[in-house]
Design a protein around this ligand. Structure first.
Ligand SMILES: Nc1nc2c(c(=O)[nH]1)N[C@H]1C(S)=C(S)[C@@H](COP(=O)(O)O)O[C@H]1N2
Ligand SMILES: [Mo]
Length: 225
């Protein structure tokens, strides 16, 4: 009720500069008071018509009306960054995946075409930010105020992680592997000094599972940035 009243009352002033702005459709009921009063759509790079939550870092949600089929189109899939600048990766020819650490008997460096040489599999899987629906939580918690749009389903394709780890002759006593991305300083700038570098870790059993892959394609297209 209150939100409708705000839109009715302030609609002309708020909405006039944004003709593409849909005032009500993207706002699920149950959003705590004051979280958001209008929805602004944006077309960030490689994307079309997502809900803009923040530009720095880039965070854009999938509108609920885009969930109409089993897989979410790549251009409608949510965008979630923790760092300001989106790192520009080198050309695929210069890119490499490096594997090292105590459990790697033989540190390895795999180029793009080395990954292409390994047998690929397809995995249909939902990808979701752990903060999905955070904006609906009572009591309210800090962070990007996601509603339903920090999730999507895609067909991911690539070699099995176990085949990739074989190149480094992972020792049998390995317990955990962790993965780091290109979104680290100085290429990417954290908004707060306290923002830690992102490291995903997987227990070794999960890393070696037949359904765990290094995705290099999404919905039969090259993995978007
Ligand atoms: N390199 C990198 N890894 C990242 C992120 C990121 O911004 N950069 N986001 C994280 C976020 S927001 C979540 S919630 C988890 C989701 O993955 P999980 O389902 O495997 O936990 O990936 C994390 N991995
Ligand atoms: Mo997240």
């Amino acid at each position: 009720m209150r939100r409708r009243a705000v839109i009715a009352g302030a609609g002309a002033a708020v909405l006039a500069p944004f003709p593409a702005l849909a005032a009500v459709s993207g706002l699920p009921p149950g959003l705590p008071e004051g979280t958001r009063e209008v929805v602004r759509y944006a077309d960030p790079p490689e994307k079309r018509r997502l809900i803009r939550l923040a530009d720095r870092p880039p965070n854009y949600a999938t509108p609920v009306e885009a969930y109409t089929q089993e897989t979410t189109p790549n251009e409608r899939f949510f965008v979630r960054y923790h760092t300001d600048a989106v790192p520009q990766p080198p050309s695929l020819e210069d890119w490499a995946l490096t594997i090292g650490g105590d459990a790697a008997a033989q540190p390895a460096r795999l180029r793009w075409r080395d990954l292409l040489d390994l047998p690929p599999i397809d995995v249909l899987a939902v990808r979701q930010c752990a903060g999905s629906r955070r904006g609906l939580v009572e009591p309210h918690v800090p962070g990007v105020q996601w509603t339903d749009g920090a999730m999507g389903c895609a067909t991911w394709s690539g070699p099995r992680l176990s085949d990739v780890l074989k190149a480094a002759r992972v020792r049998p006593e390995a317990v955990e592997i962790w993965l780091g991305g290109a979104d680290v300083a100085p290429a990417a700038i954290p908004p707060l000094a306290a923002t830690p570098p992102f490291r995903k870790s997987l227990p070794i059993d999960k890393a070696m599972d037949d359904n765990t892959i290094v995705a290099i394609a999404m919905n039969n297209a090259p993995l978007p940035l």
